[in-house]
Write a protein that binds this ligand. Structure first.
Ligand SMILES: Nc1ncnc2c1ncn2[C@@H]1O[C@H](COP(=O)(O)OP(=O)(O)OP(=O)(O)O)[C@@H](O)[C@H]1O
Ligand SMILES: O=C(O)C1=C[C@@H](O)[C@@H](O)[C@H](O)C1
Ligand SMILES: [Mg+2]
Length: 203
């Protein structure tokens, strides 16, 4: 079965929705992991609203994230990020893409755990670098050696992202393939719950 047929499989979609069980799906991971690109595809497929915390922050502040960092500093950005995440999660269920640093804050992790399912889109350094190198919009990468900065962020953050309930590899394949891998991961939760219910009935 090819990717297109598989992600069009109504059974996969239904199982994925069942695995999600009415919760928010919160995508976490580093810049370039595909939280925005894949998040939109998943939302489209599951017919759920799509929300991007970075975009919501920019709308709330009426300025770009780059300008926010420059004019108010990172701590102010992080405080706004938490307020925005809290609001978005209470308005769900939705597919929520978070900014790359959001899951690092334990307050945000608790908000996320209380209202949804966290999913880490994990990618290797070369894949990430290839995706982010062309755009200059990411303030944290405005350094002398942005690739090394990305590597340092990976080293610091990957142990934290690993706390997400589900991990999906954001490989160097078509976005639709990664989207389907996300659906499969959600469907696996459905299968696990079914198995547990079955075991309970049997026992
Ligand atoms: N599987 C993929 N194959 C090819 N390109 C991809 C894939 N996933 C994402 N991309 C591309 O990589 C770039 C970065 O992806 P995206 O903006 O979705 O990352 P992000 O995790 O939202 O990053 P940020 O934290 O900076 O918002 C985009 O141009 C996107 O189209
Ligand atoms: O990795 C990070 O800390 C960030 C990632 C972006 O999504 C933005 O949220 C912002 O540029 C900070
Ligand atoms: Mg994004």
């Amino acid at each position: 079965m090819n990717a297109k047929q598989d992600s069009g499989n109504p059974n996969l979609k239904q199982k994925a929705l069942s695995g999600l069980a009415g919760r928010n799906l919160i995508l976490v991971g580093l810049m370039g992991a595909g939280k925005t690109a894949i998040g939109k595809l998943v939302a489209d497929k599951l017919k759920l609203p799509y929300v991007d915390t970075d975009q919501e922050i920019e709308a709330a502040a009426q300025m770009t994230i780059a300008d926010l960092f420059e004019q108010y500093g990172e701590p102010e950005f992080r405080a706004l990020e938490t307020r925005v995440i809290e609001r978005i999660l209470t308005e769900g269920p939705a597919i929520v893409s978070t900014g790359g640093g959001a899951f690092v804050n334990p307050v945000n992790r608790k908000l996320i755990a209380d209202s949804g399912l966290s999913l880490w889109l994990k990618a290797d350094l070369e894949t990430l670098w290839d995706r982010v190198r062309r755009r200059q919009t990411r303030p944290l990468l405005k350094t002398e050696n942005p690739k090394q900065t990305l590597k340092n962020l990976m080293d610091a953050r990957y142990p934290v992202y690993a706390e997400a309930e589900v991990t999906v590899l954001s490989r160097n394949v078509r976005k639709e393939t990664v989207m389907r891998d996300v659906l499969k991961a959600l469907a696996a939760l459905h299968d696990r719950n079914e198995g547990a219910a079955h075991d309970q009935d049997a026992g």
